[in-house]
Ligand binder design. Structure first.
Ligand SMILES: C[S@@+](CC[C@H](N)C(=O)[O-])C[C@H]1O[C@@H](n2cnc3c(N)ncnc32)[C@H](O)[C@@H]1O
Length: 247
């Protein structure tokens, strides 16, 4: 769903608490097979299997930052872990993994489905971490909040640590917010804007970030080496950013 500037103040955490309580799997991947009424063993296998494939690719990208050496680290954090789709798979590439999320329903499901290695928490854990991972998470929160959280994450990155973080940057024309209708004459005279239309609670909203600001933030945190891969989720375009902090 497209956003308008009026949604910058929205409490998207509340949306995700609602989604986590009602449709935790579909809230992560919006295919009909992951709706609670359709979810069977085969769908669960597909769901968590997609995390294994994704993290194998991420580990390959991170290994390329050091010339293709096999990637393995000590402590890893999965920010916005959802039901543990990626967190569980990260266990193959880290000695210890923590999944953090603001949605209690997501965390409860992650714990119920866990193979046991990761720890799951609703409080942003202290660092240092050797690997910070986040995928399709920042896109769902207003950028002013996202930039603050990114700073808080990067403060927790150990020297020589790795990042694999995803941000949306722009969208196809059909997903751009509609122009606000012209204000009625009286409102224009008295300077009142038309009331914004607020999406219902529990909506999955999308927000775009400023790549220049992101690169500056990474550089200031000591991450000079950055590789970037394009993502396109139904016309929402983003950057999957892979980086390594100076040791
Ligand atoms: C689309 S899901 C992605 C889950 C997981 N990263 C994956 O790819 O399987 C987005 C997740 O981000 C979480 N989230 C949203 N806002 C958050 C915030 N401010 N802090 C932490 N997690 C957040 C949601 O609760 C949800 O679990």
């Amino acid at each position: 769903m497209a956003t308008s500037p009026s949604l910058t103040d929205r409490d998207t955490d509340a949306d995700w608490r609602e989604i986590g309580a009602s449709e935790p799997f579909w809230g992560v991947l919006t295919n009909p097979e992951f709706k609670s009424e359709n979810l069977d063993e085969a769908a669960l296998k597909t769901f968590y299997g997609s995390g294994v494939d994704h993290i194998a690719y991420v580990a390959w990208e991170l290994g390329m930052l050091t010339g293709g050496a096999p990637f393995h680290v000590g402590r890893a954090l999965d920010f916005g872990c959802g039901v543990g789709r990626l967190t569980e798979a990260m266990g193959s590439f880290a000695d210890a993994v923590t999944g953090y999320d603001i949605s209690p329903g997501m965390l409860a499901t992650a714990k119920a489905k866990s193979a046991g290695k990761p720890a799951y928490t609703g409080a942003l854990p202290d660092g240092p971490f050797d690997w910070l991972n986040s995928y399709i998470v920042f896109q769902h929160m207003p950028p002013p909040k996202g930039y603050i959280l990114l700073d808080q994450l990067l403060e927790r990155l150990a020297p020589g640590g790795y990042v694999s973080l995803h941000f949306t940057l722009y969208r196809d024309a059909h997903l751009k917010p509609a122009e606000a209708p012209p204000a009625p004459l009286l409102n224009r005279v008295f300077g009142r804007a038309p009331a914004p239309v607020e999406p219902p609670s529990g909506s999955v909203l999308m927000y775009d970030y400023d790549l220049t600001r992101l690169v500056e933030t990474f550089n200031r945190a000591g991450i000079g080496r950055l590789n970037l891969a394009h993502t396109d989720h139904g016309g929402h375009h983003g950057a999957h950013i892979f980086g390594k902090k100076e040791g």
